[in-house]
Design a protein around this ligand. Structure first.
Ligand code: ADP
Ligand code: MG
Length: 439
């Protein structure tokens, strides 16, 4: 049985004594387990707790390796025969090392095509139809909530139907997986997993920035797959050239195939997407309301979806049709909510990452031009996006008084006026900061 095999595998990796004394006492509870939840029973709470702390994660990992399913492992005190509910069930957190499942609703059919995403859509579709044979890799980049992950999953769904081996992970999961296997000296398993798939879908590769060991490993994974003509698809919030702290050899490989960008949707596409989401979720919205949402909201589709869901929830709750009035209220609430959630720390972190300096530099007294500039931008965004007053900001940055803050504001406003690139940078930063809380 699978569970026995898993425990067998565990036996090879842990001290013999521990296996004999604890793991051996586990029994697999078939009745309570599901495809993605494995329940084991231990003779008492002490043993259950001990195994849970020490090995639940590991057991989950082994399940996933064996089955490809992201499995939650529960170690519970009690006997199997008795079907009573045991109160002390210790649930292991799902290991962050696992590959995420592909969302079945993120398909090509459910993706609304407009001129902003036409190119990325077409490229994704051809890659899905002929994996490894058209562009390899395909690199999709664009702002938050514009449909990158959706397209990645669409490629995955398309090929799962053809029984191809598809792996979808965020680069962070790839990294965690790598570190996990490194620590456990099971790196061969890691390599087997990633190098034996037909299609590797990796989300948000901008987070490779500065992670040298992972870059090194990913470089080899990439080469092996590429040589074997296995399809690789990557997404990022920026063009590979603009990912700071990314090795040149990776940058150049990311450009080997095709690079497709996704732009913020034009009004028409935004409206079509809202209609699609309403149709999929069986929500009725008048055109007037759809137009209102589309014109008054930023281009982040995830946020727009959030508002639609909220509207739907309200209207179900009070059992009334969704009115324009309600839509206006929900939107303004959402805006306030957003303001409340944005912290100065968020702003500092986003700006520092974009400008490629340390967050601590921003609060330092440095007069370096880059840093002074970043500090001004943070002050400007903090005024625009948070309820902080000028004196409060002055205090935060250890400035003499609020006149320094107003000076910084003035400088940024002037630059926005005269420099279109700078304005774009500010817009992008604002978009990123607002999107932090909607993930
Ligand atoms: P990203 O990965 O670029 O941040 P996502 O792919 O997660 O964005 O998209 C956010 C949400 O918006 C998802 O629910 C996705 O289905 C939806 N979405 C984005 N673009 C489209 C589109 N063109 N058609 C339909 N849904 C879309
Ligand atoms: Mg995404």
């Amino acid at each position: 049985m699978l569970a026995d095999q898993i425990l067998q595998m565990l036996q090879d990796e842990i001290p013999k004594q521990e296996f004999e004394r604890y793991i051996k006492k586990l029994s697999y509870d078939e009745n309570e387990s599901k495809a993605d939840i494995a329940v084991f029973k231990a003779p008492n709470r002490f043993i259950a707790n001990w195994i849970k702390t020490k090995y639940a994660k590991k057991i989950a990992q082994l399940f996933e390796l064996k089955t490809g399913i992201d499995t939650e492992v529960k170690i519970v005190a009690g006997k199997i025969e008795k079907k009573r509910k045991v109160e002390n069930s210790f649930t292991a957190p799902t290991p962050s090392t696992s590959s995420t499942k592909i969302n079945p609703t993120y398909t090509f059919e459910n993706f609304v095509v407009g001129s902003s995403n036409q190119f990325a859509y077409t490229a994704s579709l051809s890659v899905a139809e002929k994996p490894g044979r058209v562009y390899n890799p395909l690199f999709i980049y664009g702002g938050v909530g514009l449909g990158k992950t959706h397209l990645l999953h669409a490629i995955g769904n398309f090929n799962l139907k053809k029984e191809k081996v598809v792996i979808y992970v965020t680069i962070e999961q790839f990294m965690n997986d790598f570190t996990y296997h490194l620590r456990n000296q099971t790196i061969e398993r890691f390599r087997e997993k990633y190098r034996e798939c037909d299609i590797l879908l990796i989300d948000d590769v901008q987070f490779l920035s500065g992670k040298e060991r992972t870059q090194e490993e990913f470089f080899h994974t990439f080469n092996e797959l590429h040589t074997a003509s296995k399809q690789i698809v990557l997404t990022s919030d920026k063009h590979p050239k603009k990912i700071a702290g990314l090795e040149e050899r990776l940058k150049s490989r990311f450009e080997w195939g095709l690079i497709a960008d996704i732009q913020p949707p034009e009004l028409e596409t935004k409206i079509a997407i809202i209609k699609k989401k309403c149709e999929l979720n069986k929500i009725e919205l008048d055109d007037e309301i759809i137009n209102y949402i589309a014109t008054h909201m930023d281009s982040n589709i995830r946020e727009i979806e959030g508002v639609i869901n909220k509207l739907n929830a309200y209207s179900t709750l009070v059992n009334q049709k969704i009115t324009l009035e309600l839509a206006k209220n929900v939107l303004s609430e959402q805006r306030k909510e957003q303001q409340k959630n944005i912290t100065l720390k968020d702003i500092v972190n986003v700006v520092a990452a974009e400008i490629n300096i340390k967050p601590s530099d921003i609060k330092s007294k440095s007069r370096n031009r880059n840093i002074v500039n970043a500090r001004r931008i943070v002050i400007y965004l903090a005024r625009m996006l948070t309820p902080n007053s000028m004196p409060a900001l002055a205090q935060f940055f250890g400035m003499k008084d609020h006149t320094s803050v107003s000076h910084a504001m003035k400088k940024v406003k002037e630059q926005i006026e005269k420099d279109a690139d700078f304005k774009m940078l500010i817009d992008e930063l604002e978009h990123k900061i607002k999107s932090l809380n909607s993930e």
